[in-house]
Ligand binder design. Structure first.
Ligand code: ADP
Length: 402
């Protein structure tokens, strides 16, 4: 096989990975996708090739694969066997780049130490994202590693979009409206000129609706505003997170209900959103197939809030020419898109029922003033592209590098 790039998205108990071959025209060709899950409980490596065919499904005991570095070792053994050699570079998804990291960055121990400083800004994700980087740096110090940030695409927001109305000293120490899902939005921005050139230079609102959900206002392919803020708790309701919530509710939980900081954190990340509201499930598929009125309430609430944020982002853009749905729910749930668009009809958006029902690319009717689209996202490909670019840059003589 030709040279490959490994993309890693590491969570608390799993490592998701994809492997891309660098094809002759410097195209990226997806060869594998898989994950090691249950690290510390029931470690299992599964991976499929580009056709979806399972190429490995292996379970270990926790005495063999109890920690992250054991899991990475197993992954390396598998890749060596499957590909014949190690990847030439590794691209990592890193949730937080803080105020400074505004683009993909080559990793070394100095950069890693710097990224470690953002752990308080994303305590549940950042440590997991950084752990495999450190292990690879220790074991393969010469292997090129690139950090790709969920925050970077939003780092050119205006100051007014970037601030909370709190004293300046907090802004200076990093309490800012960062915005997340940036790799997804960047990928969508790169696809729009190809799949929907009619809205390419215009005012576009993108709704990334997965188990985490947010929206982004884009003008000419650049992010100018986001529904998410300091953390990935803000904005839209999500599978288990409430989205925008009055800070007074948090004070109430602590003052009146005696909840600790840890209790509140767990509550906001795990017990709220669609799950909390419905009392049934965090999964939109379950709620769509339920006849329970609480499921209907949760889905109505979800669509209502998406439409409200759509209006807010349209204001940030001074109008709206395109609305794009993406991620698990955005790509696959016609009923949610229908409910959102019905609430946004005042903007001149109207769906084609047939196109929407089939998850087609363009789902707006011919009469719609605003183009409405379903564009599948691909965050891993975006990471692989950035990593390839960095690899090419490293091969250039120093004076030619940007
Ligand atoms: P993640 O944020 O975990 O990457 P995804 O973008 O894969 O999430 O989205 C996962 C969510 O997408 C699931 O929780 C489920 O609610 C929703 N989903 C996936 N497939 C469908 C479907 N066919 N219909 C409705 N919702 C779906």
């Amino acid at each position: 096989m030709s040279d490959t790039i490994l993309v890693i998205n590491a969570g608390s108990s799993s490592i998701k990975f994809q492997l891309f071959a660098i094809a002759p025209e410097k195209q990226l060709d997806r060869r594998l996708r898989g994950q090691i899950e249950g690290i510390g409980t029931r470690p299992r490596l599964v991976a499929s090739d580009a056709t979806g065919q399972r190429v490995i499904d292996k379970v270990w005991g926790t005495d063999e694969v109890g920690e992250l570095h054991h899991a990475l070792d197993r992954l390396v053994v598998f890749l060596r066997e499957y590909v014949g050699r190690l990847p030439v570079a590794v691209g990592h998804r890193v949730v937080h780049g803080g105020p400074e990291f505004i683009e993909p960055t080559l990793l070394n121990s100095r950069v890693l130490d710097h990224l470690q400083r953002f752990v308080p800004l994303a305590p549940l994700h950042q440590p997991n994202n950084l752990a495999p980087i450190r292990i690879v740096l220790e074991r393969q110090p010469h292997l090129l590693q690139v950090a790709c940030f969920d925050t970077a695409f939003h780092r050119h927001h205006s100051e007014i979009a970037d601030r909370y109305a709190i004293p300046d000293r907090f802004y200076r120490e990093g309490v800012r409206r960062y915005g997340f899902h940036g790799l997804s939005y960047e990928y969508i921005a790169s696809r729009i000129p190809q799949v929907a050139p009619e809205i390419g230079d215009h005012r576009v609102v993108v709704a990334h609706l997965g188990s985490g959900a947010s929206m982004c206002a884009q003008q000419g392919g650049k992010s100018i505003e986001s529904s998410m803020g300091f953390t990935a708790l803000d904005g839209l309701p999500m599978g288990t997170r409430p989205g925008q919530i009055d800070a007074g509710v948090v004070l109430y939980l602590m003052n009146e209900k005696g909840m600790s900081v840890k209790d509140v954190e767990h509550f906001l990340y795990n017990d709220c959103g669609l799950k909390g509201l419905s009392g049934i499930s965090n999964d939109v598929r379950d709620l769509l197939s339920s006849v329970d009125p609480r499921a209907k309430l949760a889905l109505d609430y979800f669509a209502y809030r998406i439409a409200l944020f759509g209006g807010m982002l349209a204001t940030a853009l001074g109008g709206i020419d395109g609305l794009v749905f993406t991620a698990g729910i955005g790509e696959n749930a016609p009923a949610i898109r229908r409910a959102v668009v019905a609430r946004m009809s005042c903007f001149g958006i109207e769906l084609s029922e047939t196109a929407n029902g089939k998850n087609q690319l363009r789902i707006s009717s011919d009469a719609s003033r605003v183009g409405c689209y379903v564009v599948p996202t691909d965050e891993e490909l975006m990471i692989a592209r950035h990593t390839l670019q960095m690899l090419q840059m490293q091969k250039m003589p120093k004076e030619k590098r940007a």
